[in-house]
Design a protein around this ligand. Sequence first.
Ligand code: FAD
Ligand code: DHB
Length: 411
Amino acid sequence: MRTQVAIIGAGPAGLVLGQLLTNAGIESVIVELRSRDYVEARLRAGVLEQGTVELLRDNGIGRRLDQEGLRHDGIYLQWPGTREHLDFRDLCGRSVWIYGQTEVVKDLVAARLGTGQPLYFEVSDTAVHDIETDRPAVTFLDADGHAQRIECDLIAGCDGFHGVSRPAIPQASSRTAQRDYPYGWLGILAQAPPSTDELIYAWHPNGFAMHSMRSPSISRLYLQVGVEERLQDWDDDRIWTELSTRLGHAGWELATGPILDKGITPMRSFVSEPMRYGKLFLAGDAAHIVPPTGAKGLNLAVADAKLLADAIIASRAKRARTPIRTAGSVRAEPATLAGRGQNLLDSYAETALRRVWRCTHFSWWMTSMLHIEGSDPFARELQLAQLRYLSSSRAAAQSLAENYTGLPYGW
Ligand code: FAD
Ligand code: DHB
């Protein structure tokens, strides 16, 4: 088959890219390793930056988000004896939304299927070919085991950390930077009304804990655990006791309930460069991973998809050689867009990476400030000094607020 853009992976990056391209009249084919049920049930992130929400709304995927998403105007930072509220609207005029990645993916899959553009689930043996030429291709076996080949203008590698796209870039041309943390998060989903109106990020000598939520009746909570810890050693009673201890605050009580899901996620920072090689463009977790503390992974994937879509759309305007209506309804000369389109594709990797590294720093900083590593009193006092600074300096709080709610796409 022939298409303009072959997209590998139907996670947030691939699905958002497909939607933005379709809305601009550009054809794509998406291939996904897993089943529809699997990708729609995969429990992951829960916080959407304001820019992510606006992008979903502007592209016709905001209806359920507007009905069911919970707008949060701040967070709580906690350490023993203190629970401080940071008011994002006051600090930077922006908010975040609580809406699970499962729901985002469900909305994006439904929108994709509604467009009639191809989306193949349960593919296997995905491979990219001829990425250094003008005729790149993707091959795969479809769910019935039939061999398929997609000829395209370019390939978007949106297949996450374990995908096939990043390894297709020759090692001699790539570079990775990585940090593994000696801890992970034990996360639970519980049938329990949230005991807080906004998220609580808690520093505690036993380790970090966080209280998030999915709806007025479902809570999502996390505990820092050692990398070597096993899920079977954490029965429900032990989890609730530890959460109550680490999140404990005078006059406050944690509501408990049946645990619907639990899992342990290791934590790492990872950035692979370049994000483009020939006709292969990487987006989202295929190119970078952040620890979850800053709630950036999903939002970064969406930001990459937006930057890549803008570059592809502008470069198509060049080929079409037809006058294009710009956002301000002013007719622009095709030649102007032509130059801009090629420039955007050429500079995609650099523009995306600049923002990726900013978010990588923020996620590392939030993680280092809140997690316990060893018993060094010097390190602990530095963490507490930083937390007190955030609660007493408007400038410090503003910096956290503008990073947490999301920097502009072209940052
Ligand atoms: P993915 O969502 O990984 O999507 C990639 C897709 O490609 C997948 O559907 C995969 O099945 C598919 N694929 C892989 N290989 C192939 C192939 N060979 N052929 C075809 N398709 C393929 N972020 C946060 O902000 N907060 C959190 O709390 C949080 N928790 C997380 C918990 C876990 C367990 C994990 C793994 C991640 C978590 N993240 C969190 C990160 C966040 O979920 C990711 O950053 C986000 O999913 C990235 O989106 P993506 O589309 O780039 O990649
Ligand atoms: C959630 C996950 C995060 O990584 C975070 O920082 C905040 C909330 C969540 O799953 O709700």
